[in-house]
Design a binder for this molecule. Structure first.
Ligand code: DCT
Ligand code: MG
Length: 424
C-alpha cells in the first residue's frame, strides 16, 4: 500500500510539501537522494482534496481555460489545465509567488504562465481575452442548453447563431431534449441547492420503494462529496438481491410521470455485458447502465416539506401533481395567473445490480478528474482496467470483486479517500 500519510499530515499542518513528478525529476537531474523523501506520483487519487480551496482565483482561471479547451474539442489541453487546477486545489495555503510552486507536478509551461500573470499582474491576459471572446461566450450560452454538446454549438456558431434569441429565430430543428432545455433554460442555469437535492431524494425514494420494495437509493455526484450546490442531482438505485433491479427504471419513471414530477425524461437501457464488453472496453463505462436523464418539476412545497423534518411526509408527492406536465411543458405562471410555485431541476438516475454497486458508487461520486486519475492509476501503475461496472486485473486475467469502495481502493493499492476528499 502506498503510504501518503506524510503528505496529508504536512498538508494539514501547513508545512511546505514538495510533490515531485518522477519523470520530471529525472529530466531536471535534481539530486535523487533529496528528491526521494518527498516523491509521489502526480495522481489526483493520491491526494486528499477537500472543498476548502485556498487558491480559488488561480483554480477558477485554469478551470476556465480547461472549459474553453473542452468546448473547442481540445480534450488533451483541457485535461492538462484540469490537472494543474487540481494540484493547486490541494495546496494548504494561498500561493503568492511562482517560486513556491517549484517541483509541483502537472504544472506545465502554459499553466505556469497563466499563474505567473495572475500573481504578478492581478489577472491573466489569456483568461480575460477568452472570457471576452464572442466564440467562448456563444459556446457557453449554447452548451448551457440541456441536450446541446460542443459539436452542435460549434455548428450553430458557424451558422452565425450566438445567442438563444438567434437560435429561436434561426428555424434550426431541435430535438426533444434541446426543446426542453431551451424551455427551462433559466431554471437549469440556477445552481441546485442541497435542500432541493434532498427534497428530490425523498420523492425518488418514494417512487423507488413503491415500485420495488427493498430497493435503495443513494445520492451520488457532487452532493455526495459534500458540495452545497450542483448543476444537477445524481442518484444511484439498486436492490440487495441481484437481478431484482432488472426493469426497475421504466417503472420508476412511470410512477414519477404519473405523479406529474417529470418535465422531460429519456431512458437508456443497460448495455453492459461482462462477457461481451469486458475489460477491453473500459473507456465507455459511463453510459452503459440503465440510466434516466430527466428534468424534474420541484414544487416549492416539496422543498419546504423536506426542510420541515418534524412534519410527516405523507402524500407530499401529490403536491407537484396539481399542475400537470404536458408535452409542451408547463407555463411560467400557474393557471390562475399567480407566481410560479415550482422550478425545473436536472436529475440523473442510474440503476446498478448489487454486484456492481461499489464500482458504480465509486465511478459516479466523482469528481470527474478524480475518476479519470483513478482509471489512469489502475491502467498505468497496476495493469488493471477500472470502470463503473468492474475492475479487471490484466496480469491475473480475472475480475476483482468488491462490495465496498474501500475494497476497490485496496485492490488498487491505494489508501482509502472518502468522498469529501475526492474534490480534485
Ligand atoms: N462522471 C465521470 N465522467 C464523466 C461524467 C461524469 O466520471 N465524463 C462521474 C463523476 C461525477 C458523476 O459522474 C456525476 O457527474 P456530474 O453531475 O456531471 O458531476 P458532479 O460532480 O455531480 O457535478 P455537479 O455538482 O455540477 O453536478
Ligand atoms: Mg452532479
Amino acid at each position: 500500500l502506498l503510504d501518503i500519510s506524510w503528505f496529508t499530515e504536512s498538508m494539514r499542518a501547513g508545512r511546505p510539501v514538495e510533490i515531485l513528478d518522477r519523470h520530471k525529476v529525472q529530466e531536471q537531474q535534481i539530486d535523487e537522494a533529496e528528491v526521494m523523501a518527498f516523491s509521489v506520483p502526480s495522481y489526483a487519487c493520491l491526494r486528499r482534496t477537500t472543498l476548502d480551496n485556498h487558491n480559488p482565483i488561480l483554480t477558477d482561471a485554469l478551470s476556465l481555460l480547461a472549459e474553453n479547451a473542452e468546448l473547442s474539442d481540445e480534450d488533451g489541453r483541457g485535461v492538462a489545465f484540469r490537472r494543474a487546477a487540481a494540484v493547486l486545489k490541494a495546496l494548504p495555503e494561498t500561493v503568492t509567488a511562482v517560486t513556491q510552486l517549484r517541483g509541483l507536478p502537472c504544472l506545465g509551461g502554459h499553466s505556469l504562465r497563466v499563474i505567473r500573470d495572475i500573481l504578478e499582474n492581478g489577472a491573466s491576459s489569456e483568461v480575460e481575452f477568452t472570457k471576452q471572446s464572442e466564440r467562448f461566450k456563444a459556446l457557453k450560452v449554447l452548451t448551457g442548453i440541456f441536450g446541446v454538446g460542443a459539436k452542435t454549438a460549434e455548428r450553430w456558431i458557424r451558422d452565425g447563431i450566438h445567442s438563444l434569441h438567434q437560435l429561436q429565430e434561426s428555424g434550426q430543428t431541435l430535438n426533444r431534449a434541446q426543446r426542453a432545455g431551451l424551455e427551462h433554460y433559466d431554471d437549469l442555469k440556477q445552481p441546485v441547492t442541497k435542500a432541493e437535492a434532498d427534497a428530490i431524494g425523498e420523492i425518488v425514494e418514494k417512487a423507488v420503494v413503491s415500485v420495488l420494495p427493498g430497493a435503495q437509493i443513494t445520492l451520488i455526484g457532487g452532493f455526495r462529496r459534500g458540495k452545497l450546490t450542483g448543476h444537477d442531482v445524481d442518484f444511484l438505485i439498486t436492490h440487495p438481491e441481484e437481478g431484482r433491479e432488472v426493469g426497475l427504471m421504466p417503472k420508476v419513471v412511470s410512477w414519477l410521470e404519473s405523479q406529474g414530477f417529470l418535465l422531460y425524461q429519456k431512458t437508456t437501457r443497460n448495455s453492459y455485458l461482462e462477457a461481451k464488453d469486458g475489460p477491453a472496453r473500459p473507456a465507455s463505462n459511463i453510459d452503459r447502465f440503465e440510466r434516466c436523464f430527466s428534468i424534474f418539476k420541484l414544487a416549492d412545497e416539496e422543498k419546504r416539506g423536506a426542510e420541515e423534518t418534524e412534519n410527516p411526509p405523507e402524500d407530499r408527492c401529490r403536491l407537484a401533481a396539481h399542475s400537470q406536465a404536458t408535452d409542451e411543458g408547463p407555463q411560467p405562471t400557474e393557471a390562475a395567473g399567480g407566481p410560479r410555485r415550482w422550478r425545473a431541476v436536472r436529475v440523473d438516475l442510474v440503476v446498478s445490480p448489487i454486484s456492481q454497486f461499489a464500482f458504480a458508487l465509486l465511478g459516479w461520486t466523482g469528481s470527474k478528474l478524480f475518476e479519470r486519475e483513478l482509471r489512469r492509476w489502475a491502467g498505468h501503475e497496476k495493469a488493471m482496467s477500472l470502470s463503473s461496472h468492474a475492475l479487471y486485473d490484466n496480469k491475473q486475467g480475472r475480475y476483482l470483486r468488491a462490495t465496498s469502495e474501500e475494497e476497490i481502493f485496496t485492490h488498487l493499492g491505494l489508501e482509502y479517500i472518502p468522498p469529501s476528499e475526492r474534490n480534485a
